[in-house]
Design a binder for this molecule. Structure first.
Ligand code: AHG
Ligand code: MN
Ligand code: MN
Length: 322
């Protein structure tokens, strides 16, 4: 088989601004390094908890911290980066580059609970334009529709990077020689599906509309939807969204009534926005509740949480109608 195009060639032919190309190059290189670190597992002592709790009150794993440091260091060393923000850091980190023009937000290790069981994990990233070279937190609070690029890397059976610069969605596979190769061009999410992803154990906490929607799916051919559904839940959003991009489906982490100050589990800036841009660029819908577009949510806090319902367009309409 002839080797597909490299990430560098693809980037050179994209219409992304030069600085965004530079940032994506750094992200590609660093995530390839992260892939090796993740693969080391028990042999290199990277598994297990760190003993530290993050700003969201979640216990950080060793790999949360290692990957966060790798990305922060690599990005702040990049001359065009004005600052970074991460799920694992309380505050934004402004750069010291006079030419800094871009902000990078990331979830360095998504699906941390999968690390110790050797199940898929990922990295999610989002790129925004910086209003100045020394950004404060306010500079990062831009709606998702203003993202110049977003993507994720899935450390799974293969390591893959899936990204958009606003002109469709492309997927790259990490080759043995350390280069990313274009293996999935113009990814499209089918409008219809028979597959949903949700953490069913939270059913009793959901709003009635979501309960009705899922109950309708579970009722199969005898129910209101008149078809049988399949369910999947990897517990790493990257892996669940990747499946949606590859073969359709819907992914929900809905509002639930457990903690009134947390209107959802997932984070707008590091998970919701980057995934919403990818899903819309692939022809799907990305909403908070079936209706409200995630990309139009005006952020008020760096670590804010939102409910998420995204995936196959016609099925998201069913979530809205339930
Ligand atoms: P993170 O590891 O970055 O905190 O994210 C985990 C998220 C997301 O990836 C996944 O969809 C969800 O949490 C899993 O939640 P449950 O533990 O409720 O299954
Ligand atoms: Mn995450
Ligand atoms: Mn994470």
């Amino acid at each position: 088989m002839t080797m597909p195009a490299t990430f560098d060639d693809w980037l050179a032919n994209s219409n992304a601004p030069e600085g965004v190309v530079e940032v994506l190059t750094v992200l590609g290189r660093t995530c390839a390094e992260i892939s090796t670190v993740v693969a080391g597992g028990a042999l290199t002592g990277v598994l297990g908890a760190s003993g530290v709790v993050n700003v969201q009150d979640e216990e950080q794993k060793k790999l949360d911290l290692i990957t966060n440091d790798m990305l922060t260091e690599a990005l702040l060393a990049c001359p065009v980066v004005a600052g970074v923000a991460s799920e694992e850091m309380d505050t934004v980190q402004p750069g010291t580059n006079a030419d800094g023009a871009w902000l990078v937000l990331f979830d360095p290790l998504d699906g941390s609970s999968n690390i110790d069981i050797n199940a898929p994990v990922g990295t999610i990233f989002s790129i925004l334009k910086s209003p100045n070279a020394a950004p404060t937190e306010a500079a990062f609070l831009q709606p998702g529709r203003d993202q110049l690029a977003s993507g994720y890397v899935l450390y799974g059976a293969q390591t893959m990077m899936v990204l958009t610069t606003g002109q469709g969605v492309a997927g790259f596979t990490l080759a043995g020689d350390g280069t990313w190769r274009l293996t999935h061009d113009a990814i499209q999410i089918p409008a219809d599906t028979k597959e949903f992803a949700i953490n069913m154990s939270n059913r009793r906490h959901w709003a009635e509309g979501v309960q009705r929607y899922i109950d309708g799916c579970l009722a199969g051919v005898e129910g209101p939807r008149a078809k049988n559904f399949n369910m999947r839940w990897v517990a790493a959003m990257v892996a669940d969204v990747h499946r949606v991009l590859m073969r359709g489906g819907v992914f929900l982490y809905p509002w639930d009534k457990r903690e009134p100050n947390k209107p959802g589990k997932l984070r707008l800036m590091y998970e919701g926005n980057p995934m919403a841009l990818l899903v819309e660029q692939a022809g799907g819908k990305a909403t908070t509740d079936g209706v409200q577009r995630i990309l139009d949510v005006e952020p008020t806090q760096l670590h804010q949480r939102i409910p998420i319902a995204l995936g196959s367009a016609n099925e998201i309409d069913q979530v809205a109608a339930a």
